[in-house]
Design a protein around this ligand. Structure first.
Ligand code: C2E
Ligand code: CA
Ligand code: CA
Ligand code: CA
Length: 279
C-alpha cells in the first residue's frame, strides 16, 4: 500500500542518514587520530608449516579513538580510502613498521619479516617504491624484512601500470604478497608476469577445510598454482588443528590464524614469541 511504501522509504532514508553521519564522524575523527597518536600496529605471527618456525608477522592497524572508542579497520579503512586519508595513514603504517623492525634488531626477533597492508590508492603514488626503500635505508635495515601485501583486486585493477611498480619494489629487495587470493578476478597471464612472492589463500576458503569439497579443491588449486609459478603460499584465518593439518599435508608453505595467535600488540607478541620458542 501507499502507506507501507512511504513508511519503508522513510526508514530507508533514516538508515542512509545514519550511515552518512557515522561516515562523517569517522572521517572527522580520523583527522584527529593521525595527529594524536591514536593508531597502533598489532602483529599476527606467520608460521612455516613444516618447521613450525615463526618467520614473520602481519601488521594490522588498530585505532583506539579518544571519542569513538575502538573502531575496527573494516569500518574505517574504506572511509579513509574514500577521503584520501589512507595516504597519510599508509605512511604512518610504513614508519611504524620500520620502527618496530628497528626495535627488534638486536633481539631474538631480528630476522622476522613484517608484512604491511597497502591500499590500492597507495599504488597510484608515483614514489611508493622509493618511499619504502628510503624508509628502510634511513633505518639501515635490509629490505627483505619488509613485505607488501596487496589485495588481488587492487593488483588487477590497474594491472598494466602495476607491473612496473612491482618490478621497482622487487628491485629494491622487498617482497610482494597477494592478499585475499581467490576473491578477486585474476588474469592468469598477469599473475605470471607480475614479480610476486606469495599468494595468500583467503580465509573464506580456509573456513571450509577440511570438510567442504569445494573449499578443498580451491585451496589445493591455489597451492598448486602458486607453486607452479614459483611462489609461496600462506593460508590465512586458520582456526583449527584440522585446518592446519590439512594445509600441512597439502604443502601450504605458511599459515596464519587464531589457532596460533590473534593479532596482538608488540609487547604481547614478544612474550608469545619467547614462549613459542621455549618449547
Ligand atoms: P586482511 O588484510 O585480510 O587481514 C586479515 C584479517 O583477518 C584481520 O582483521 C585479522 O585480524 C583477521 N584474522 C586473522 N586470523 C583470523 C582467524 O583465524 N579468524 C578470524 N575470524 N579472523 C582472523 P583486521 O585486523 O580486523 O583487519 C581487517 C582488514 O582491514 C584487513 O584484512 C585489511 O584489509 C584491512 N587493514 C588492516 N590493517 C590495515 C593497514 O594497516 N592498512 C590497510 N590499508 N588496510 C588494513
Ligand atoms: Ca592482509
Ligand atoms: Ca586477507
Ligand atoms: Ca580481508
Amino acid at each position: 500500500s501507499k502507506f507501507k511504501g512511504k513508511n519503508t522509504f522513510t526508514l530507508y532514508e533514516d538508515r542512509m542518514e545514519e550511515k552518512l553521519s557515522q561516515h562523517l564522524l569517522i572521517e572527522k575523527h580520523l583527522r584527529f587520530a593521525l595527529n594524536h597518536d591514536e593508531f597502533e600496529l598489532f602483529y599476527q605471527p606467520q608460521i612455516e608449516t613444516q618447521s613450525l618456525k615463526v618467520i614473520g608477522v602481519e601488521a594490522l592497524i588498530r585505532w583506539n579513538s579518544k571519542d569513538l572508542g575502538f573502531v575496527p579497520p573494516d569500518m574505517f579503512i574504506s572511509i579513509a580510502e574514500e577521503s584520501g586519508q589512507i595516504l597519510a595513514i599508509g605512511d604512518w603504517v610504513i614508519q611504524a613498521a620500520i620502527k618496530q623492525l628497528l626495535a627488534w634488531q638486536n633481539t631474538d626477533l631480528a630476522n622476522l619479516q613484517i608484512a604491511i597492508n597497502i591500499s590500492a590508492q597507495q599504488l597510484e603514488q608515483k614514489n611508493l617504491a622509493d618511499k619504502l626503500h628510503e624508509a628502510l635505508q634511513t633505518a639501515k635495515l635490509p629490505s627483505h624484512l619488509l613485505e607488501v601485501e596487496l589485495t588481488e583486486r587492487s593488483i588487477m585493477s590497474n594491472a598494466q601500470s602495476n607491473i612496473e611498480l612491482f618490478n621497482d619494489i622487487r628491485a629494491r629487495g622487498l617482497s610482494l604478497s597477494v592478499d585475499d587470493f581467490g576473491t578477486g578476478y585474476s588474469s592468469l597471464s598477469y599473475l605470471k608476469r607480475f614479480p610476486l612472492n606469495i599468494l595468500k589463500v583467503d580465509k573464506s576458503f580456509v573456513d571450509g577445510l577440511p570438510g567442504d569439497e569445494d573449499d578443498v579443491s580451491i585451496s589445493r588449486s591455489i597451492i598448486q598454482l602458486a607453486h607452479s609459478l614459483k611462489m609461496k603460499v600462506v593460508a590465512e584465518g586458520v582456526e583449527t588443528l584440522e585446518q592446519f593439518e590439512f594445509l600441512r599435508e597439502h604443502e601450504c608453505d605458511m599459515v596464519q590464524g587464531y589457532f596460533f595467535s590473534k593479532p596482538i600488540n608488540a609487547q604481547q607478541f614478544e612474550a608469545w614469541y619467547a614462549q613459542h620458542h621455549d618449547n
